[in-house]
Design a protein around this ligand. Structure first.
Ligand code: HEM
Length: 486
């Protein structure tokens, strides 16, 4: 039999003679340990999975570019934003939050909206959601919150008791809960939703002057949501519906696009604004801080390989570039640690050397060794700093901007505890049909909660946002609204 020109090989590159029949001692004898191709094949297969992300496990990704449409260099020295028309390659990963890697796309959940910009000054990751706010506002509550969203430790079932118990005891969640239970809780496709950085970040210009900034990606496709019944039907019939839609749209040349806008707040306003602008459960009024367009993001290329690009992608809210820095947002501060730590565990210490994560900027970090080194590991070049051998040196011009801190070290809450005005405003903005669907969704989600105490506590929050909101949810659940002070 003649050899194929395209030879199947072992992982060490040697041609494989037989890939259909394992080597046995006689045609009916036991399989031989000597069949090293078989051993390697079975052993590698056992190692095909890396741990799924502890949250946002189910996702879809795409490549594209970001093009600047307005010069905002008076606010930030970020090189990739420096001039109109400048293009930067980027990769995005959309995701659901609570479900596992194989879970259905069309469920009620926030959607992750994680963007990696491959800039000439290093990778900038904007790891946001399709909602402008979050359920909690201090990183210390995140593991508890996510436990309530995941499965019960005994039954391995989703647990509405835990979900509503936690939310009702954490009233700062009300704004995000109201958004989640509204029509926007189930987007029609990943293309038909906005994206947000959610947190407040700091921009710093070439003179070292800072402003606070919030990011808004506005979909050019328009916002479209799925009807609840249709979503449930699709979840059964095609659990990968959103993943498939994104791939097919790009494959057919129908490239989805978003306009990136920012809200800019002068630093001094943070001390006097009517609530704490670093509280991620609140939005800044667009009357106070209007949207300013920055650029346009276009997704025009599908991944060639899902695992290599989408599963191994590692986004970190701590991957900043000069001109973009953290704010004192207590959630963001915790995230600065959590993601890099997750990446070292989930993908490995050298995850940034993988092609999908590798910066286009030159990396000179004096890190050496560790599992899965790519390339020559720095060869014989200088591997410490400071040094007398012309190795890479720090650049003081790129130090983050200095800022003042004051006060006592303590565990304290945000000092403004109005959890009700913004969700109430949102409720009052909705049309009658939208309110009816919101209430129906909440009633449906709360009906399985066993304790009336939990339901009543949560109804109290809806009531405080808007009495009608509370009364309608209570009526739907067959309960009476608690009076003020109860
Ligand atoms: C993924 C932690 C809050 C958006 C993750 C992952 C962790 C994590 C450990 C998995 C990372 C990986 O394995 O690659 C946290 C913690 C939070 C927090 C500790 C609060 C302190 C948020 C918030 C947002 C967000 C507020 C959005 C505004 C995302 C997204 C992903 C993600 C989009 C998926 C990234 C991807 O596609 O790879 N989070 N998270 N998270 N988180 Fe968070």
């Amino acid at each position: 039999m003649s050899d194929s020109p395209n030879k199947l090989t072992t992982s060490w590159g040697a041609p494989v003679g037989d890939n259909q029949n394992s080597m046995t001692a006689g045609s009916r004898g036991p399989t031989l340990l000597q069949d090293v191709h078989l051993l390697e094949k079975l052993a590698h297969f056992n190692r095909e999975r890396v741990p799924e992300r502890v949250v946002h496990a189910k996702g879809a990704g795409a490549h594209g570019y970001f093009e600047v449409t307005q010069d905002l260099s008076k606010y930030t020295k970020a090189a990739f934003l420096s001039e109109v028309g400048k293009r930067t390659p980027m990769f995005i990963r959309f995701s659901t939050v609570a479900g596992e890697l194989g879970s259905a796309d069309t469920v009620r959940d926030p959607r992750g909206f994680a963007v990696k910009f491959y800039t000439e000054e290093g990778n900038y990751d904007l790891v946001g959601n399709n909602t402008p706010v979050f359920f909690i506002r201090d990183a210390i509550k995140f593991p508890d919150f996510i436990h309530t969203q995941k499965r019960h430790p005994q039954t391995h079932l989703k647990n509405p008791n835990a979900v509503w118990d936690f939310w009702s005891l954490s009233p700062e969640s009300l704004h995000q809960v109201t958004i989640l239970m509204s029509d926007r809780g189930i987007p029609a496709t990943l293309r038909h939703m906005h994206g947000f950085g959610s947190h407040t970040f700091k921009w710093v210009n070439a003179d070292g002057a800072a402003v606070w900034v919030k990011y808004h990606f506005k979909t050019e496709q328009g916002v479209k949501n799925l009807d609840v019944k249709l979503a449930a039907q699709i979840a059964g019939e095609n659990p990968d519906y959103h993943t498939e839609d994104l791939f097919n749209a790009i494959d057919q040349g129908d490239f989805p696009a978003w306009r990136l806008h920012v809200q800019i707040m002068p630093v001094e306003d943070a001390d006097t604004y009517r609530f704490d602008p670093f509280d991620v459960t609140k939005v800044w009024s667009q009357k106070d801080y209007p949207l300013i367009e920055v650029g346009r993001m276009v997704l025009d290329r599908n991944p060639e390989n899902y695992f290599a690009e989408v599963e191994q992608a590692t986004f970190s809210p701590g991957s900043f570039v000069p001109g973009i820095e953290a704010s004192p947002d207590k959630m963001l501060q915790g995230r600065l640690f959590a993601y890099g730590d997750a990446h070292r565990y989930r993908v490995g210490a050298n995850h940034n050397q993988l092609p999908i994560n590798r910066p286009v900027a030159e990396v000179n970090n004096n890190q050496r060794d560790g599992a899965m080194i790519h390339g020559n590991n720095g060869g014989g070049s200088v591997y410490y700093e400071p040094n007398s051998f012309g190795g890479a040196a720090e650049s003081p011009a790129h130090k983050p901007a200095a800022f003042d801190v004051s006060g006592k070290a303590d565990s304290v809450s945000y000092d403004h505890d109005d959890h009700y005005t913004q969700p109430g405003d949102l409720y009052r903005l909705l049309s009658e049909e939208e309110r009816a669907r919101l209430v129906r969704n909440i009633v449906g989600a709360m009906t399985p909660v066993e304790k009336d105490e939990i339901k009543l506590r949560q109804i109290g929050h809806f009531y405080k946002a808007d009495p009608e909101f509370g009364q309608r949810v209570a009526a739907g659940l067959g309960l009476t609204v608690p009076q003020q002070g109860e």
